[in-house]
Design a protein around this ligand. Structure first.
Ligand SMILES: Cc1ncc(COP(=O)(O)O)c(C=O)c1O
Length: 452
């Protein structure tokens, strides 16, 4: 089925957005929803966006402003908004009843698709990526009989207590010494006892990881890692890093959990594990598997997953719910059977080529990070190795460009740490040219405002 976007009204030359309804909505929402939204990450003060609808690679806010969407809901919408192929499958299923707390055949199909496309031998569905990482950690503890988890600074694994250590501080000095990082809880309300079970390590730093294992390896159940730094524009693993993590976990009898919530079914059909050629013991999936519906899963080695159901708790009224399962069957089938991923990758490469030309013409140092389907552009001489290195890039310039792009009708995340997400529908219209044109105009504005 053709993926069509409605004709465009956004323009690189027209920075004036109408904001009247946005502001009124923000005031109304702020009285009832803390920050005016249902997630801290969407609370952008008076700039908070209230969306009306989306189609393909575009969204429209409540004032009718149109944007080429580069956030795609923080990644899940891999095919495009309101994709008929997925929505029709969901509609068909939901008319037969949605909540039984019994198992439907679609849930088995999802497990078949996951195990066919990835290294996993067994899988269980959850509703969110947060739940997926929480359960994968518990399964790892249950399997190894150990309590501690190693994670990497600047990696976001959701909002449960164990995931919120050393995540994304603006001030990277709060992470402490790089040889002996502090366990930095993100916000209040995380018990100290939990914080003490999570050991943060700088990404791409095998020496520190080894030191941690030599010190307390017999207490470490697993290393939880997103294969790229997905929340620092997708900073990539250096040569041998992921293999090194794999080797160290094996040496010390710990499990390796890949958090593929962002990378899964996006970097490749088999996710980042396939893309980088490293096989973990467990992995978590979410975003791209449901094209925006709340589908998520964790899975892995049969012997590890077999601690369920007898020995480790996992459940949930909505785990494997009908809507999510139908969306996952439809989305994963499309990703398995069509060239959607190749199209998305090629689209990202076209955007990168356009940006490269624009930035190079202005003589600015820059690097692309991540995978073309989920990439960042950093104003820096070279790609940083870790989250601390993000702070040394010219992220103020990036932030100014992103804000200018939003004013002109293309919406990356305003925060320089979030990558741009490509979807299949971006290839079907003039999105690539629009994004490059809008980026160019926003960059010139930002440079002029800087006085250069
Ligand atoms: C790598 C990673 N893990 C876990 C999560 C949490 O997923 P969710 O927002 O579905 O709870 C996210 C969300 O952005 C993520 O990027």
């Amino acid at each position: 089925m053709a993926i069509e976007n409605p004709p465009s009204t956004s323009s690189p030359q027209a920075p004036a957005l109408t904001r009247d309804r946005q502001l009124a909505t923000w005031r109304r929402a702020s009285a009832l929803l803390p920050g005016g939204t249902n997630s801290n990450f969407r609370a952008w003060g008076e700039e908070t966006i209230y969306v009306d609808r989306g189609k393909g690679g575009r969204i429209w806010d409540v004032d009718g402003n149109e944007f080429v969407d580069l956030r795609m809901g923080y990644g899940p919408v891999i095919l495009g908004h309101a994709d008929d192929r997925v929505d029709d499958a969901v509609n068909d299923r939901m008319r037969r009843g949605v909540s039984f707390s019994l198992t439907t055949e679609d849930e088995i199909r999802v497990a078949e698709l996951i195990t066919e496309m990835t290294f996993c031998e067994m899988a269980r569905m959850t509703v969110s990526g947060t739940e997926a990482t929480m359960h994968a950690i518990r399964v790892a503890r249950g399997f190894t009989g150990r309590d501690k988890i190693v994670k990497f600074e600047g990696q976001y694994h959701g909002v449960h207590d164990y995931a919120l250590i050393s995540v994304l501080p603006n001030d990277v000095s709060s992470l402490g010494d790089r040889d002996n990082p502090v366990r930095l809880a993100w916000g209040r309300g995380i018990p100290e006892a939990i914080t003490q079970t999570v050991i943060p390590v700088p990404y791409n730093d095998l020496a520190t990881l080894r030191r941690v294992f030599e010190r307390e390896g017999d207490e470490i159940a697993a290393v939880l890692i997103e294969p790229v730094l997905g929340n620092a524009q997708g900073i990539l693993p250096g040569e041998g890093f992921l293999q090194g993590v794999r080797d160290i976990t094996r040496e010390f009898g710990a499990l390796l959990i890949f958090d593929e919530v962002k990378t899964g079914f996006r970097f490749a059909r088999g996710g980042a594990a396939e893309y980088f050629g490293i096989t973990p013991d467990l992995a978590t999936y979410a975003k791209a598997m449901g094209n925006g519906y709340p589908a998520a899963a964790f899975g892995g080695r049969r012997d590890v997953m077999s601690v369920l159901p007898a020995n480790v708790s996992h459940g949930g009224t909505y785990a494997g719910n009908r809507v999510a399962a139908a969306a996952a069957v439809a989305t994963l089938t499309i990703l398995r059977d069509t060239d959607a991923l190749a199209t998305i990758r090629a689209t990202g490469e076209r955007v990168q080529a356009g940006l490269d030309e624009v930035i190079s013409k202005r003589g600015l140092p820059h690097v692309f990070t991540g995978h073309p389907s989920m990439f960042g552009v950093m104003f820096a001489e070279r790609m940083p190795n870790d989250y601390r290195g993000w702070a040394e890039t010219d992220h103020e310039l990036y932030d100014a460009v992103a804000a200018g792009m939003i004013r002109r009708g293309a919406m990356p995340e305003p925060d320089s740490r979030e990558p741009w997400f490509m979807c299949q529908a971006h290839a079907a219209d003039d999105s690539v040219d629009r994004v490059v044109g809008i980026f160019e105009a926003a960059l010139d504005d930002a440079l002029e405002a800087r006085g250069g």
